[in-house]
Design a protein around this ligand. Structure first.
Ligand code: AMP
Ligand code: GLY
Length: 425
C-alpha cells in the first residue's frame, strides 16, 4: 500500500524510518518532509495545513492511508475534511477528527473532560475577559506557584508558571485583556502546580481498543541541568525507569481506561495517538495534558523500541480491530539527543552546511530542521536540526552512544545538551 505522512520534523522522520521497513508499505510519501526523509520515501512539496494540496497529492499518488504527525492540521480538521470529501472519505486518516483533537486544541475542554471522567489532574478553573475579577479572586486560593494556561494552541508557549501572586495577577490580566497569546488566550485555565517528575505515556487507539506504547521522558529546557528557556524538546529516553509496572498499572486504570471509555460515552470518534503528559506525584499519576498526536522528540525514542510492523498497528486503527494485532516491544533502552541551531529557542542561525552525518554508524540520525541545497548538501533550516537516537542494552550505553555520535556531526552554531537522561541513572 501507499502511505502519506504529514509533517516535517524528527517525529515524522522516525515514523518514516519505521514505516519504510514494512513489507506492506510499497510507496511512502512525506509532505513536506525534510532534508533526510528522502532516504525513506518521496518528499511532496505540500504544507500540512494545505488540505486541497493534500487532496491532490493523495489522489495523484494513490495513497491508501494518511498518518498525521503534528497537531495543527488535526485541530483544523484534516480528518473531517477527508470524511466530507467523496473522493477521500474511504482513505483512512490516523489522527482524530476535530472534536477529538480538542483534547489538545482546548485546555478548557480537556480539563472538563478529565473532570467528567474522574481522571486525576490538578485542580483548576477557567476564566474569560468577562470573568477576570473571579479569576483574580481565585488565584490566591490555590497556593504557589500558580500555573496559567492559554486555552488554545500557542506553539508550546502558552503555559506560564508564576512564582508569586503578583506575577500571576499581571499575567492573567495580560492574557485575558491584552490577548498576550492572541485568540489562544481568550480563555485561560488557572491551575494548581503539581510537584513531581514528568513523563509521557503514549496510547494508540481505534476508538474502542487501545495499545499502550512505550513511555518516554523528554527534556524541555535549553540548558544543562534542565535550566533556561523552554524548547520543543532537547532529548528523550524510553523507557522511563521510574515508570515501573505498578505505576503503569495505575496509569492504565486511572487514566487510559477512563479516557477511552469517556470518548466512547461522549460519542467522540478517535482513531490515532493519545499523548498523555503526566506528573508522577509520589508514585501516583496526575494528568498534565493530552496531546492528540505523538511527541517530538519522544517518537524518536519510542519507534525504535516497537518491533511490530507499524503498518499492521495503523491498519488495526483504521479497521477498528486493533485488539487483533500484537504489539511487541524491545527490552532495549533508547536515548535521543536533539541537536539545535545556534540561538535556538530564540532567533537562530539558518542555512548552515551540516557535515559528518556519514560518520555516525551506531545511532539513527533523524532529520528535523534540515533541507537540501544543490540537491545533496544537507543544511540547517529549523531550530531543532537533528535527533540522534541510540538503542542499547542499558540507559547508560544508549546515552553515551547518542552523545558521542552527536559529537561526530558539525555545523556552525551547533549545540546539544550533554546531560540528557543522566538524572535517571
Ligand atoms: P503543557 O503545554 O500543558 O504541556 O505545559 C507545558 C509544561 O508546563 C509541562 O510540560 C509542565 O512541565 C508544565 N506544567 C503544566 N501544567 C503544570 C502543572 N499543573 N504543574 C506543574 N507543571 C505544569
Ligand atoms: N515533546 C513534547 C511534545 O511533543 O509536545
Amino acid at each position: 500500500m501507499n502511505i502519506l505522512i504529514l509533517g516535517s520534523g524528527g517525529r515524522e522522520s522516525a515514523f518514516a524510518w519505521k514505516l519504510s521497513q514494512s513489507p506492506k508499505c510499497q510507496n511512502l510519501f512525506i509532505a513536506p518532509g525534510n532534508g533526510g526523509t528522502g532516504q525513506y520515501g518521496t518528499n511532496l512539496n505540500v504544507g500540512v495545513n494545505d488540505f486541497e494540496g493534500i487532496k491532490q497529492a493523495v489522489l495523484a499518488n494513490n495513497i491508501n492511508l494518511v498518518l498525521v504527525g503534528p497537531e495543527e492540521p488535526l485541530v483544523r480538521g484534516v480528518h473531517d475534511f477527508f470524511l466530507a470529501d467523496a473522493e477521500l472519505k474511504n482513505i483512512p486518516v490516523i489522527g482524530p477528527q476535530k472534536q477529538g483533537a480538542q483534547l489538545e486544541g482546548s485546555k478548557d475542554f480537556s480539563k472538563q473532560f478529565m473532570a467528567r471522567h474522574n481522571i486525576p489532574a490538578a485542580k483548576s478553573e477557567t476564566f474569560t475577559r468577562e470573568t477576570l475579577q473571579e479569576g483574580l479572586a481565585y488565584l490566591p486560593t490555590i497556593g504557589l506557584p500558580i500555573v496559567l494556561k492559554a486555552d488554545g494552541l500557542a506553539a508550546g508557549k502558552g503555559v506560564l508558571i508564576c512564582l508569586t501572586l503578583q506575577e500571576a495577577e499581571l499575567e492573567l490580566i495580560d492574557m485575558l485583556t491584552n490577548a498576550k497569546f492572541g485568540a489562544a488566550s481568550s480563555k485561560v485555565v488557572v491551575e494548581q502546580f503539581l510537584q513531581g517528575i514528568e513523563l509521557s505515556v503514549f496510547v494508540l487507539t481505534d476508538g474502542n481498543n487501545y495499545k499502550i506504547l512505550p513511555s518516554a521522558k523528554d527534556y524541555k529546557r535549553i540548558g544543562e541541568g534542565d535550566t533556561g528557556l523552554n524548547t520543543g524538546g532537547m532529548g528523550s529516553v524510553s523507557p522511563v525507569p521510574f515508570a515501573n509496572e505498578e505505576f503503569l498499572n495505575k496509569v492504565e486504570q486511572r487514566i487510559i481506561i477512563p479516557t477511552i471509555e469517556g470518548l466512547k460515552q461522549e460519542n467522540i470518534p478517535y482513531k490515532g495517538f493519545i499523548f498523555i503528559g503526566l506528573m508522577n506525584c509520589n508514585g501516583d499519576p496526575y494528568m498534565i495534558e493530552y496531546n492528540c498526536r505523538m511527541g517530538d522528540p519522544e517518537t524518536e525514542s519510542v519507534m525504535p523500541r516497537i518491533e511490530t510492523d507499524l503498518v499492521d498497528l495503523l491498519l488495526g486503527v483504521a479497521e477498528g480491530n486493533l485488539n487483533e494485532t500484537e504489539l511487541v516491544l524491545s527490552n532495549k533502552v533508547a536515548a535521543t539527543v536533539v541537536m539545535v541551531a545556534g540561538g535556538y529557542p530564540g532567533e537562530y542561525l539558518k542555512n548552515k552546511a551540516i557535515t559528518g552525518i556519514e560518520n555516525v554508524r551506531e545511532s539513527h540520525v533523524f532529520h528535523a530542521g534540515t533541507g537540501l541545497h544543490n540537491i545533496d548538501e544537507v543544511i540547517t533550516t529549523g531550530g531543532r536540526v537533528l535527533a540522534i537516537t541510540s538503542l542499547q542494552d542499558n540507559l547508560f550505553d544508549a546515552l553515551q552512544q547518542a552523545t558521542a555520535d552527536a559529537s561526530r556531526i558539525y555545523y556552525d552554531g551547533m549545540y546539544f545538551r550533554k546531560d540528557i537522561g543522566f538524572d535517571l541513572l
